[in-house]
Design a binder for this molecule. Structure first.
Ligand code: 8YV
Length: 312
């Protein structure tokens, strides 16, 4: 008999198709009423395949008395209450590593686009301005600038490698100092003060909530740039918006926002911000790799084998 699982949201199409073929899948996102959805399947569901930011908390876990595993599509598990899962002995898995290169590419693209203003230059070109108004204004180089990595894990390291290839120098802050050849700063504000570009790569969740606050942005200063490819929750978004509007920082490159997919429209009018719709890992190859890992964790668990990438 195929194990019953719930798919929380409409995710990567290939992954969904495999999950639907290999398991008895219940699509929460299709349900006209959540109440009747749970009434029908709650007592049989042994797994959750989670996609996206829908919160998964103790209340949901308690509604599924047979729940054994939550297999997340994505490395970030901030939408899942890990303490609640641990208390209930529910396994949580994620999809690390397979997305490192892709997310690091996106991070470097944001650094380049934010400093060099390539999207704005392209818009200028398409607007027919080159011949009539002359060359696009000069921007600023990456080479020689300091990239401060907040959260130097595997993705942070992949970003550092790319930035060094462009002639940037690396510093970092983590909760614990690491055995790496980059200078360490004791807190985010000091890192911001010592950096030209502050790169946010920390996990989301309560521990990093609004870690990038006014104090940090002030330390980054009017010549400094912020790039966030982590989670919108890590930045105090209204303060960032004000700092960009008032040019209290030089610019920002953002792939993530506090309330996705809703983005405060004021961001769209900024000339000193480059905005991506959370595309960090969004390639065919990487999303397949993530899906394969999500599926493999479920397969292994239900076959009585240890999962590959356990978080709790
Ligand atoms: C995905 C991500 O956009 O891995 C993560 O934590 O944020 C991204 O790779 C997301 O998981 C898609 O649901």
């Amino acid at each position: 008999m195929k194990p019953d699982i719930i798919l929380t949201a409409k995710g990567h199409a290939g992954t969904m198709a495999t999950l639907q073929a290999e398991f008895t899948a219940h699509n929460l996102f299709d349900a006209p009423s959540k109440e009747s959805f749970f009434e029908k399947c709650a007592d049989r569901v042994r797994g959750l395949a989670t996609f996206g930011p829908m919160p998964v908390d103790g209340k949901l876990m308690d509604a599924l008395p047979k729940l054994e595993i939550i297999s997340n599509f994505g490395v970030g598990v901030d939408a899942i209450n890990l303490e609640d899962a641990k208390k209930r002995r529910i396994i949580v898995t994620n999809t690390p590593d397979v997305l490192n290169d892709c997310v690091a590419d996106t991070a470097l693209a944001l650094v380049m686009n934010t400093l060099r203003k390539f999207p704005q230059a392209e818009k200028y070109m398409r607007g027919g301005n080159w011949a009539s108004r002359g060359p696009y204004p000069l921007t600023t180089s990456l080479g020689g600038k300091v990239l401060g990595v907040l959260g130097l894990g595997r993705i942070g390291e992949a970003i550092a490698q790319r930035a060094m290839a462009c002639g940037m120098k690396i510093r970092y802050h983590n909760r614990n100092k690491k055995d790496v050849p980059y200078p360490y700063d004791p807190d985010p504000a000091t890192l911001a003060r010592n950096s030209d570009v502050l790169m946010v790569v920390t996990p989301g969740g309560p521990e990093t909530h609004k870690l990038i606050n006014e104090k940090v942005l002030q330390a980054l200063g009017p010549e400094g740039y912020l790039v966030n490819i982590a989670r919108g929750s890590v930045v105090d978004e209204p303060v960032l918006l004000r700092y960009l509007q008032e040019k209290k920082i030089a610019g920002a490159g953002l792939d993530v926002f506090a309330d996705e997919p809703r983005v405060p429209p004021e961001f769209f009018t900024l000339d000193n911000a480059v905005l991506f719709p959370h595309v960090g890992s969004a390639t065919v190859e990487t999303r397949k790799g993530m899906g394969d890992l999500q599926i493999e964790n479920l397969r292994r668990h239900f076959a009585g084998k240890p999962v590959l990438t356990r978080v709790v």
